[in-house]
Design a protein around this ligand. Sequence first.
Ligand code: SF4
Length: 647
Amino acid sequence: MTPEALPEAARAALGNGGDLARALSGFTPRQAQQDMGAAVGEALADNASLVVEAGTGTGKTFAYLIPALLSGKRVVVSTGTRTLQDQLFHRDLPLVRDALRVPTRIALLKGRTNYLCLHRLDMADEAAGGRSAVQHDALQQVRRWAAENGSGDLAEAPSAARRTDVRPRITATAESCLGGQCPRFADCHFYEARRRAQEADLVVVNHHLLLADWALRESGWGEVVPEADVWILDEAHQLPETAARFFGLGITGRQLRDLTRDATEAYQREAGDQPGFPARVARVADATEALRDALGEADQRAAWPQPPGPAVRAGLDDLKTALYDLALALAPLGERGLELARCQQRAERLYQALQQFDEPEPGQGVPWFETQGRGFWLRLTPLDVSGPFRNRRDAAPAAWVFTSATLAMKGDFEHFSQRLGLDEPRTLCLDSPFDYERNALLYTPQGLPEPNAPGYAAALVAMARPVIEAAPGGAFLLFTSYRVLREAAEALAGTLDRPLLVQGAAAQHELLARFRDAGNAVLLGTASFWEGVDVRGAALSTLIIDRLPFASPADPVLQARIQATEAEGRSAFRHLQLPHAVITLKQGVGRLIRHAEDRGVLVIADPRLTRRGYGKVFLRSLPPMRRADALEDVLAFWQEGADEIPG
Ligand code: SF4
């Protein structure tokens, strides 16, 4: 097909009597979807950059897959999560490819740690000492599964493979993988997936793999994701934050602990005759724990103290010295075995990373740290990721498509484009085809205190209770803080005539399964429930949002971004905090109406929505819903729905 013909061919395939309508029973042609298909086709034909906001229900996946498959070009599609990646590869892509009857070769590629590492499984067999019976049993299960399973994709493995004390033993990271020198290289699942990806016409990856690969390329360890003529980045609203994580520097307690474990085992297997060596490894292990102690309590996320206090300073210095000594001790042992050689490189790299973190170059990023339980992370996060993105786009001519249900603020893409360094991209904003005016009601209750006021959680629960009880189905209560979530959970416990599900009580997928099954449950959740959650029908009839989701100004990276924006003479609130909060709110609101037949009430409890001037920006960015400020209006909305039910 000629490039010029691509837009109209995509439109036709998505239209009445087109390939999709013929092949898929129940497919409903949608104008917005056809417009997006044509715009993506044009961008592919012209090697242009296109940013598309496609409201819920547009059918954006088909809208980009059709021109991508028809183009005959080499395509990489990246999704926000591995779950979406699996869904796209196993469900949507085969449907569209069959409907179009094109011979496109497709491949799924995940990061190395998602595949069983046969070499490390062999090593785990040899290093049997010190293993618990549970671990032993888990490894047996993995081995049985591996004998029958071809892909080695751990998403398909028994749950034992995902245990935190098992997974690191059966997976390799970019640093620990032996690559071409590995004795199991010929059977390696990861390299097999990579080979298939290199031969494919269309490869499905996820943002974590893509960005980690781009970041590693700069250091010479990457090149896992193949080059492409077309890059399609779905759930693109996540890219700036994910990119900041991967284009920065990170050292984790886990990396240090994995190194000491692997070095001990490698030494026992490949050397074993250097009496001073175990003490060097033990010193790294002790220094790691001492630094963790010095960082203080769990669940912190804070700027790196400048200068660090004496305990942190000593902890960091000891760790650097211990890593340096370990790398020195490993240097002559590298000739004795591959594992020891790899450990030597890891110790050296960790030492260099700590050194960079401790004395960053000007403009390299914001140093900060995080603690969770005994875990810790030291990070240097760049304030601006537009440079690396620009470099990637400039590396070779290609078409770039960025899409999501939430990218714009009042139809304006400036915030997103600027963060990714997109200079005047083509843009398209497509409203959801759902009839929000008719099927959704936005309730802004009156008289609630501001979210920071004492007693807010109690007032929120008192307001929410009759709203929940009036609905024909279940309710989500989405919070921006664990504190308010916990207070609300305590106030609601034992007082509802329906199941109460609280984040943290079980895994997210389990809570969602129970929520769907119950049909009238109440679920309380924070950030991870704001996006990517799809509950159709009456099971989710009410969505209550406790406050406008402004990021915490105490966040060290946000603080630094605010300072940098103000230093440029721009308002950080207008250009940074408000757009971010609007996009986040739109994500949360997107949970409510998931299907043309869905009806629902959205409650935004934060009184700032109606009392502050910026509230209008949020309101104008939401789908057009009827407004209500009294409980009676909510009751009338549901009554109206009941009246419409025939019979
Ligand atoms: S090549 Fe790397 S990932 Fe593959 S089996 Fe060997 S160590 Fe594991």
